[in-house]
Design a protein around this ligand. Structure first.
Ligand code: NAP
Ligand code: ZN
Ligand code: ZN
Length: 347
């Protein structure tokens, strides 16, 4: 076995603390990765606190992983020692269902294998994530980080990047389309940069005025602070596509009126409580309410290459592993500009 060092939560109420554990020796198709950086996604916090149902402990969170290949199994053909690589939100899937066969493995009908807070396909071996120094992953679930993209800035693309790239491309954000991003956090700020690069007209809907300058610098064409409820009248019927990245419970009723006839609001944020809606704003203008989860392995690679081509990188603050608990508090207060990334070489 391979010795690994990381930080883990032992229960929903405990802080993250140093934790030693073991990774499997590489099987034929496995890649052993020295983790250099791991982003902090709000989903890590929801799961550490067991907000989405019973979590598995000890939990080593982290699914925005960037590192360098240390070793490869005997039949690995895609990667070699020294390659810069990434791992995102899942490390396996059934590989045989209709979703997996269509390169939509994030929607595996048997459920994809989460990078952490999950069990391997054997149903009993827990998975441990990227707040650690090494990980072993099947080559088919490893991503290539394009040349020239620094590893610390690559990490958040593996979840935040693809979670916005997937719905933006699926619902065809591009020239002539008005797109709004709700919430300028880790996901939201990647949404602004990607939607802009796709050629859409981009608006940020933020719950205060504090991030206005940042949003415009990131490429948003417009910034709307939703603390003034008048804006819901001013922008009524304005957008083709709205993507909701907000991590908290908000009044969704306000937002559907902002869509045009046939417009779509896609939710990617996952608060701990249900979001209720009244059908009227949907039925009156044939609007759609949709959801989207991360992206496929194929799409994640496409997104990495797209970001490299368009020079898109996240705004990050690099921290040490011993600062993670403080960082969580700051994320909860919307006080992160715009993604924390842990330097895992300091573990
Ligand atoms: P984040 O960095 O904390 O950003 C969330 C943003 O929501 C904040 O920056 C803030 O933006 C807004 N917000 C927070 N509290 C609010 C409140 N009380 N009222 C209104 N707005 C509020 O989180 P993240 O990492 O981007 O993740 C966002 C959500 O997406 C989380 O729930 C996460 O679990 C989920 N997620 C889903 C997927 C998926 O595949 N669907 C993937 C990753 C994450 P403003 O200050 O601009 O309003
Ligand atoms: Zn995530
Ligand atoms: Zn499947």
């Amino acid at each position: 076995m391979i010795r690994a060092k990381g930080i883990a939560a032992m229960s929903a109420k405990s802080e993250l603390a140093p934790f030693s554990f073991e990774r499997r020796n590489p099987k034929e198709h496995d890649v052993v990765i020295d983790i250099k950086y791991c982003g902090i996604c709000h989903s890590d916090i929801h799961q550490v606190k067991s907000e989405w149902g019973a979590s598995i402990y000890p939990m080593v969170p982290g699914h925005e992983i960037a590192g360098i290949v240390r070793d490869v199994g005997s039949k690995v053909s895609k990667y070699k020692v020294g390659d810069p690589v990434g791992v995102g939100c899942f490390v396996d899937s059934c590989r045989t269902c209709s979703s997996c066969k269509q390169d939509l493995d994030q929607y595996c009908l048997e459920g994809h294998t989460g990078t952490y807070n999950a069990y391997e396909r054997d149903g009993k071996t827990p998975t441990y994530g990227g707040y650690s120094d090494v990980i072993v992953v099947d080559e088919n679930y490893v991503l290539r980080i394009p040349n020239g993209v620094p590893l610390d800035k690559a990490a958040p693309l593996l979840c935040a990047g693809v979670t916005l790239y997937s719905p933006l491309t699926h619902w065809k954000a591009g020239p002539g389309k008005k797109v709004a991003i709700m919430g300028l956090g880790g996901l939201g700020h990647m949404g602004v940069k990607i939607a802009r690069a796709l050629g859409a007209d981009v608006t940020v809907l933020s719950h205060s005025n504090k991030k206005r300058e940042d949003a415009l610098k990131m490429g948003a064409h417009h910034f709307v602070s939703t603390d003034n409820k008048e804006v819901f009248k001013k922008y009524a019927g304005n957008f083709d596509l709205i993507i909701n990245t907000v991590s908290a419970e908000i009044n969704m009723g306000d937002y559907f009126g902002l869509l045009k006839l046939d417009g779509t609001l896609v939710v990617v944020g996952v608060p701990d409580r249900p979001l209720s809606i009244h059908p009227f704003p949907l039925i009156m203008m044939r609007r759609s309410y949709a959801g989207s989860v991360i992206g496929s392995i194929k799409e994640t690679q496409e997104m990495l290459d797209f970001c490299a081509k368009h020079n898109i990188t996240p705004e990050i603050e690099v921290i040490s592993p011993n600062q993670v608990n403080v960082a969580y508090e700051r994320v909860l207060k919307s006080d992160v500009r715009y993604r924390f990334v842990i330097d895992m070489t300091k573990i």
